[in-house]
Design a protein around this ligand. Structure first.
Ligand code: CAA
Length: 257
């Protein structure tokens, strides 16, 4: 049983993971990250789970790496750090992942949100990479995902000043896709999750892979991957079902084949 998060299977192909270290604003200890990686691995292996929503609480999504733990850790061996394998496992999650963010998403917390495919933010959410204030820099993808998402200038500003941006700024910059009232964030994320969970699983997986590829490859390679994925999907039973359902004016019943 995880100690620092709650996992709920909600039906309709959706799982909700809630980070639960409120006393430390959900700061990401090594143990919490390992539990999250494990929870995602279980969601990945479960054929009934199509989409995962990840959230924190009203005050914090996650305030970054746990600084009390970090004060005691030798960071020079970071490449062999167990945290790295947890981050890698989180990165490899191949089903759609939605982050529902209220309050602070700082440092590793902002980087965790950026591992999600869609971020829904409450009006009071704050996104930032304050590591520079600690004499370090982002270490879980912040310097790579942030400029690819919000552009060079704002990414530089956030990382070099350590100052956070609010939800509306994050929306304008493309870091989040929607801003809602704080109390509606999880509900909106679950609504999207249920909508997505009804789609063809293989199409979801390949569409996610192709979209992520757009972040780190040249156009020609991305288009090749897209063509290949499209061809694979063209041969699936779900493609036949999708078109038959359209012609018969009924909802499609996808099987994942
Ligand atoms: N690690 C451990 N504990 C943390 C924490 C963190 N990152 N952030 C907050 N907490 C704890 C505080 O110590 C405090 O605990 P106590 O009551 O026991 O002292 C509790 O959470 C509440 O925090 P505050 O009293 O500070 O709350 P606040 O509302 O006044 O301020 C805040 C909120 C601005 C987020 C402030 O807590 C803060 O600046 N936190 C640190 C944020 C940070 O620097 N994150 C980056 C970490 S480095 C990193 O993330 C690198 C990486 O992953 C690779």
């Amino acid at each position: 049983m995880p100690q620092h998060l709650a996992v709920e299977t909600l039906g309709g192909g959706v799982r909700l993971i809630t980070l639960q270290r409120p006393q430390a604003l959900n700061a990401l200890t090594t143990a919490l990250l390992a539990e999250l990686a494990q929870a995602l691995a279980e969601a990945e292996a479960d054929p009934h789970t199509q989409v995962v929503v990840l959230t924190g609480n009203r005050k914090a999504f996650a305030a970054g790496a746990d600084l009390k733990e970090m004060a005691e850790r030798d960071l020079t061996g970071i490449l062999n750090d167990p945290r790295q394998s947890s981050w890698e496992q989180i990165r490899r999650f191949s089903k759609p992942l939605i982050a529902a963010v209220n309050g602070f998403a700082l440092g590793g917390g902002c980087e965790l949100a950026m591992h999600a495919d869609i971020i829904i933010a409450g009006e009071d959410a704050r996104f930032g990479q304050p590591e520079i204030n600690l004499g370090i820099m982002p270490g879980a993808g912040g310097t790579q995902r942030l400029p690819r998402t919000v552009g060079k200038s704002l990414a530089m500003q956030m990382v070099l000043t350590g100052e956070a941006i609010d939800a509306r700024h994050a929306l304008r910059a493309g870091l989040v896709s929607e801003v809602t009232q704080p109390e509606l964030v999880v509900e909106r994320a679950l609504q999207l999750a249920r909508l997505i969970a009804g789609k063809a699983p293989l199409a979801l997986r390949l569409a996610k892979e192709a979209l992520l590829k757009a972040m780190d490859t040249d156009l020609a390679s991305g288009l090749r991957l897209e063509r290949h994925a499209f061809t694979v999907l063209a041969g699936t039973r779900d493609r036949e079902e999708g078109i038959a359902a359209f012609q018969e004016k009924r909802p499609a019943q996808f099987s994942g084949h």
